[in-house]
Design a protein around this ligand. Structure first.
Ligand code: GLN
Length: 469
């Protein structure tokens, strides 16, 4: 399997062309898709045409020259379908591209297709997609993780060297951990959300998934930076690659109390193994106390569902995609939304509407916002003492397809560690540190201070375990 850096090297040596590379990846996609279902749409002809177009240029003119990339299907790419894994957007084509996508294209990347996801990003397994589940790349009888399951599986299978996902509560990092690839949720405001279909606007971020940390950093650099089209995007200079991988020694905070007895034994051991590896390399490891983390998952679900219930109001059957049939306007809204949304999305809209309703607003939404503030303050205090904080990415291994479908709470528990970085707004990376006896990788999450992606990328690179690093 080739990394981005290896492909660029082949171009430099003139040993291959973008056309050959795209053809190679399309061949893999055609072999694997029947089983894994990582893609919702594949744009073969368009990708090959763009590869031919690129051959007029040289590899040194662009940072991602001739690199095929897959895009999660809640991120807009001009004139491609934008389904969000939902029936309600069936047939809708995006009239414009997301800023992150434009930046990739400006640097010579080739968009090869749109990847599968839990409907509107709501889920932990990519089973809640109108287009059927994506299967785990290591064992296809297990879930892919989610919601960016398609983006993680496509990279692990070698269908693309890298992809974009979105992360509201762990949707890049959790499927990355389940499939043994690396994924980064940047700082809130680092990557423009323009063209990302909103789930929970105060938590959503676009980020990359790749085979190893060096490749991840290449994509991260290209998609980051200020965008006047997103009022929450921040104007802070993006690091150069040579300033990221400096092999620095860090002060690493370990919130030990977070490792409860619910964490699977082998994951605990893997986490301890990662800590000892850090110590061996020469990093300083220090225990830290976090009290409020245990409320994070409840706070996350109140805030994200509240924001989702408001964001998803726009799907009314008039403006986009699917329309229920009725000659009465009110009825048309009801039919469109009842038939267009899946069960999980309806559950979140109901929860969110409840949390925002008169009489409950203070008790749920306001209270959750206050606890969110406490979690944030606690992290800020911790970052006065340490440079980064680590936890396991997920407390459990991938589960069998279908196993948790009728127990949503059990499923949500997979996000207990990842939601923290979204609530606080800090960057976080998931990186595999070893393979467990059952064949699934064990990954840790490294969280850094605001706009310190450089620290977590540098550290992740020092501890990563994979075939290509
Ligand atoms: N799994 C989480 C949820 O179900 C997070 C989703 C996400 O990050 N988009 O909401």
């Amino acid at each position: 399997m080739k990394t981005i850096l290896q492909i660029l090297e082949l171009y430099r040596k003139k040993e291959t062309t973008p056309y050959e590379i795209v053809s190679e990846y399309i061949k893999v996609i055609e072999e694997k898709e029947e089983i894994y279902n990582a893609f919702i749409n594949i744009y073969k002809e368009e990708a090959l045409d763009r590869a031919i177009e690129l051959s007029k240029y040289s590899v040194d003119e662009f940072e991602l020259y001739g690199i095929p990339i897959a895009i999660k299907d809640n991120i807009a790419v001009e004139s491609m379908e934008l389904t969000c894994g939902s029936r309600i957007l069936l047939g809708f084509k995006s009239p414009y591209s997301a800023t992150a996508v434009k930046r990739l294209l400006n640097q010579g990347a080739i968009i090869i297709g749109k990847t599968n996801l839990d409907e509107f990003g709501m889920g932990c397994s990519t089973e809640f997609s109108y287009f059927g589940p994506t299967k785990n790349a290591i064992d296809h009888s297990f879930v892919a993780g989610g919601s960016s399951g398609g983006s993680a599986v496509a990279v692990k299978l070698g269908e693309v060297p890298a992809s974009l996902g979105s992360d509201t509560g762990g949707s890049i990092r959790q499927p990355s951990a389940f499939n043994g690839v690396v994924g980064l949720k940047p700082t809130y405001g680092r990557v423009s959300r323009y063209g990302l279909v909103a789930f929970a606007s105060s938590l959503d971020q676009i980020g990359p998934i790749a085979l190893n940390v060096k490749d991840l950093a290449l994509i991260y650099r290209v998609i980051s930076g200020y965008d006047p089209k997103d009022s929450t995007s921040v104007n802070i200079e993006v690091e150069k690659i040579e300033d990221i991988f400096i092999n620095k020694r860090y002060k690493v905070g370990i919130p030990r109390d977070i490792i409860t007895e619910d964490v699977e034994k082998e994951i605990k051991d893997g986490f301890e193994y990662a800590i000892s590896k850090l110590v061996d390399i020469g990093h300083i490891v220090e225990d830290i106390k976090l009290e409020y983390w245990k409320y994070a998952l409840s706070v996350y679900h109140i805030i994200s569902s509240s924001e989702a219930s408001s964001n998803l109001l726009r799907y009314d059957g008039i403006r986009y995609g699917y329309r229920g049939s009725s000659d009465n306007l009110w009825d048309l809204y009801i039919k469109t939304r009842s038939e267009g949304f899946g069960e999980e999305v309806k559950r979140r809209i109901l929860i969110g509407t409840f949390c925002l309703s008169y009489g409950y607003y203070d008790e749920y939404y306001i209270k959750a916002s206050k606890v969110r503030r406490l979690i944030k303050e606690e992290f800020m205090k911790a970052f006065k003492k340490v440079d980064v904080i680590i936890t396991p990415t997920v407390p459990v291994f991938p589960w069998k397809l279908g196993e948790k479908l009728d127990d949503p709470i059990k499923m949500y528990l997979a996000d207990v560690y990842t939601v923290l970085a979204n609530l606080v707004g800090i960057p976080s990376i998931s990186v595999p540190v070893k393979i467990s006896k059952n064949g699934f990788p064990i990954s840790i999450q490294i969280m850094g201070n605001y706009f310190r992606e450089k620290d977590i990328l540098d550290l992740a690179h020092q501890v990563e375990f994979n075939e290509t690093s």
